[in-house]
Design a protein around this ligand. Structure first.
Ligand SMILES: Cc1cc2nc3c(=O)[nH]c(=O)nc-3n(C[C@H](O)[C@H](O)[C@H](O)COP(=O)(O)OP(=O)(O)OC[C@H]3O[C@@H](n4cnc5c(N)ncnc54)[C@H](O)[C@@H]3O)c2cc1C
Length: 831
């Protein structure tokens, strides 16, 4: 009996926490229970300790509801402690944190994501105008792009390609129509970049840069009317080629530490004395710089003579400088690996610029970092993620086809269990990456600027691309290694580090930005607490702190209870918004979201401001957040696609893999918990019955691999949006051979069964003849087999070159001075 009442007591309290019943209602419920059981003692044997416990719980909670009391005894005391332990933020960190908005990330941090809210978001769609552009100019551009010629012969896009890009206003996707731009949605912009990237990286980077963070984006949001009216039409028509220079040799990831300066002064400009800045800079790695006509520049502005007011150190500022301005040095090229897009250094020595070249004019001096961070919060979710997904889709399409075409030991290599593994990773990852790309674009198209989610997308989709390409290379064997026009993989493989490094290098993004910013920005209470303790310690600040703190305590307790109860019940306590075999994934993600929120709070409370320096823990929590988001995106995609049963293996692979990654991330934090004993208790709360996830099963692995090895709707959906060549080029030959091989497979099987010999491109002619003569296959089937074998032979072929050509190419590269360090490096001694 005692045990029964004990369970009843504990369960009542747990349920109140689990369902996040507001404090006053919880008090009322407990008071009601106390009263009811006190009365019931006349009829039943209700132990006194039970009634007393309920009463004490009611009174204790009521104490928390009296705000002056809890301020006096608790929150006012914690206020000073918080001031000490809260992370100190530099102005650049604060501006980065405050840039952008929060969206689904806040739901994941809540520990109780509202799935219906996610499913209510619109399905992705392209406008008719965007679709027409993709089917028209983009398709045409893709046909003009010969990867080998561009990289090996021109080391640049050929002039007709540049001209086509300018004339068709590819540089103006983010510019409004009133300025002559295409004004595409984020979905449209991404679809264009993705399709071009599936054909040629150099063209994709060239097009994505003016449509990403740079002069166009900054002018749109911060430019004066005069600047917009002058520059935007010129940028839209391609009359101006922009670049944006932020990175200095001494300031890469820590771009805010740039040594480049602009000193406010007066000087003569076009015959008149005007107020302006004398700017000095030394920048490197700047995409499009060698061909740019308009240089966007970030520098630190100072006003030592007080020409603008009392502030001497104005802060990071952005200006637009025509490259023909006296003192601007630009034009040399860096040579990034695997791609030949324009990239190079720029320097400026005592360049005088009038004040109206500052983006937004003098009043925007010092706001550069905020402007850049705001723009990055959106742009980072489009360009590089689209590039990453293009890599995944092409890997799925080409690797699946190649693994079906290529046979060894008389079997298509894709049917070997060992090859099924990389094939399924490519397919599953691509499904997941594309889902995340599209979901984030939905947010952008609703006007959100989700800083944390765009960092997640940048990191995870470029990283996912890297994994896909590495797997694709392994499946292709020597075919992927030998360079030449027949190789459609090697250059993408070589160029992988580019997207990993730019727009926030991935290690930094994972280990510092994603969880670090997410915890403060998307957490329901942390930023409010930080803001309350960071200003003047008046009564208003203390009241705000008290409110945030007690919401936080309730939130943490609830997540701890949710995590435990969902763990004990195999997530069955939480509802899913759908029915069917995939409903369990909503429940499992809800459970993991509660565990994540509880764990994040525990770590933050224990470490306080020191958390900033615990990058390994932050990286693991980032992995958890990333895969909670990836899981959400896949579930949304599955609904938007109309729950196609044939996509289930892809969804299963993605969800099982993400859930496993979440589990391992949480486990990693537990094993390295700041206080080991508490780590063990947390483990009991999070995994009370052991570890539930093991990753995709062998059956799922096989099913996903089989989807890539045949022509089917799921494969088409997976690879939708990339350029599908039907020309006689490297990828076109694979597409053609794949189709022919599948068509001929029944005939080849018949030959093998009848003649007890496998068909291959060495012996097919004799076998086909015998099989036709003996009536095993028809003439029509014989033609199919012949075509399939010929097409396969062309796919399997690799290039060779006369020795002199190869050696000559190396000699001329050496003679051209390619080994000379650039002036940038010499000046700063970085080599
Ligand atoms: C091809 C190319 C094109 C580019 N285009 C442009 C452009 O158009 N405009 C522009 O301004 N810049 C451009 N960049 C610069 C790019 O943004 C920087 O390369 C990038 O910010 C990283 O700087 P870094 O290369 O100096 O690396 P570093 O900052 O030296 O970083 C080296 C490594 O240390 C890691 N790291 C650094 N700090 C931390 C930390 N706190 N915690 C964990 N890890 C950390 C990084 O993740 C990275 O792995 C381009 C670069 C390349 C290569």
């Amino acid at each position: 009996m005692t045990a029964l009442f004990l369970v009843l007591l504990v369960f009542s309290v747990l349920l109140l926490a689990y369902y996040r019943i507001p404090l006053l209602i919880s008090i009322a419920i407990l008071a009601g229970l106390t009263f009811a059981f006190t009365e019931l003692r006349h009829f039943y044997d209700i132990p006194a300790w039970f009634r007393w416990s309920l009463g004490i719980a009611t009174v204790s909670l009521a104490g928390f509801a009296v705000k002056p009391l809890r301020r006096l005894f608790i929150s006012n005391r914690l206020f000073s402690l918080y001031r000490k332990v809260m992370p100190k933020l530099s102005s650049t960190e604060r501006e980065a944190l405050e840039a952008g908005t929060v969206w689904w990330d806040a739901e994941l941090f809540s520990g109780k994501p509202r799935w219906r809210r996610l499913l209510r978001q619109p399905a992705p769609a392209l406008s008719e105008r965007e679709q027409a552009f993709i089917n028209g100019p983009v398709e045409e551009l893709c046909l003009m792009l010969d990867d080998w010629e561009i990289s090996e012969k021109h080391k640049n896009l050929p002039e007709p390609v540049w001209q086509f890009i300018r004339e068709n206003r590819f540089f103006s996707m983010i510019i409004p129509k009133e300025f002559g731009g295409l004004e595409f949605s984020a979905q449209g912009n991404s679809a264009v970049v993705m399709k071009i990237a599936s054909r040629n990286l150099t063209a994709a980077v060239t097009i994505m840069v003016p449509n990403s963070l740079g002069p166009g984006e900054l002018l749109l949001h911060y430019g004066t009317d005069e600047q917009k009216n002058y520059y935007l039409p010129r940028l839209a028509s391609g009359q101006e080629i922009p670049c944006f220079a932020l990175t200095s040799p001494l300031a890469g990831s820590d771009a805010g530490a740039m040594p480049d300066t602009g000193i406010v002064c007066r000087d003569v400009f076009e015959g008149e004395e005007v107020l302006g800045l004398r700017v000095n800079w030394n920048k490197r790695y700047i995409t499009l710089a060698p061909v740019a006509t308009l240089l966007g520049l970030a520098f630190k502005a100072y006003d030592p003579d007080g020409l603008l007011g009392d502030t001497k150190d104005l802060g990071i500022s952005c200006a637009l400088i025509p490259v023909n301005t006296s003192g601007v040095e630009i034009g040399n090229r860096h040579m990034p690996v695997g791609a030949v897009f324009m990239n190079g250094p720029t320097r400026g020595k005592d360049v005088f610029i009038p004040m109206d070249w500052v983006i937004g004019g003098a009043q925007r001096l010092g706001q550069g970092w905020r402007m850049l961070m705001q723009s990055l919060a959106a742009g980072r979710a489009i360009s590089l993620p689209s590039l990453g997904v293009a890599g995944g889709k092409m890997s799925s399409m080409m690797t699946g086809a190649y693994a079906r075409i290529r046979t060894q030991f008389d079997v298509p290599i894709g049917y070997f269990g060992g090859i099924e593994e990389p094939l399924s990773r490519i397919g599953g990852r691509t499904y997941r990456m594309d889902a995340a790309r599209v979901l984030t674009l939905i947010a952008l198209d609703q006007g959100e600027k989700p800083g944390v989610l765009s960092a997640i997308n940048k990191y995870q989709l470029t990283e996912g691309n890297r994994q896909c390409i590495i797997d694709a290379m392994d499946v292709h064997g020597g075919k992927g290694i030998i360079q030449g026009p027949n190789n459609y993989l090697a250059r993408t493989y070589q160029a992988l580090p580019i997207s990993i490094t730019v727009e926030g290098a991935n290690i930094l993004t994972r280990s510092m930005i994603i969880f670090g910013q997410g915890a403060i920005r998307a957490h329901p209470c942390l930023l409010k607490e930080m803001n309350a303790v960071s200003g003047i310690a008046n009564s208003q600040a203390r009241r705000s702190f008290d409110n945030a703190l007690f919401t936080h305590i309730g939130f943490s307790l609830s997540n701890m209870v949710r995590s435990l109860l969902l763990g004990l019940t195999g997530s069955l306590m939480t509802p899913a918004p759908v029915t069917g075999p995939h409903a369990k994934y909503y429940r499992q993600l809800s459970r993991m979201s509660a565990a994540f929120a509880f764990m994040a709070d525990s770590v933050l409370v224990l470490l306080g401001g020191k958390f900033k320096f615990k990058e390994k823990l932050s990286g693991r929590l980032a992995d958890v957040l990333i895969h909670l988001y990836m899981g959400s995106a896949m579930l949304k995609r599955f609904e938007d696609d109309g729950r196609p049963a044939s996509d289930m293996p892809l969804l299963q692979w993605g969800m099982e893999d993400s859930l496993y990654a979440i589990q391992q991330g949480l486990l990693g934090v537990i094993q390295n918990f700041p206080v080991p004993l508490l780590g063990r208790i947390v483990r009991l709360m999070v995994f009370p019955l052991g570890l539930p996830h093991t990753g995709p099963s062998d059956i799922t692995v096989k099913e996903v691999a089989r989807l890539l090895l045949s022509e089917n709707e799921s494969r088409d959906r997976l690879t939708q949006g990339v350029f599908v060549s039907d020309s006689d080029d490297a990828t076109g030959r694979v597409n053609k051979a794949f189709h022919l091989v599948l068509e001929a497979q029944a005939a080849e099987r018949a030959i093998k069964n009848a003649l007890q010999q496998s068909v291959n491109f060495e012996n097919y002619e004799g076998l086909v003849k015998r099989a036709t003569e003996s009536g095993v296959i028809t003439e029509e089937q014989a033609t199919m087999v012949r075509l399939a074998q010929k097409a396969s032979a062309r796919v399997i072929a690799v290039d060779d070159f006369p020795r002199e050509t190869v050696e000559q190419a190396v000699t001329s590269a050496v003679e051209s001075g390619a080994h000379e360090p650039t002036k940038t490096d010499k000046q700063t001694g970085t080599l």
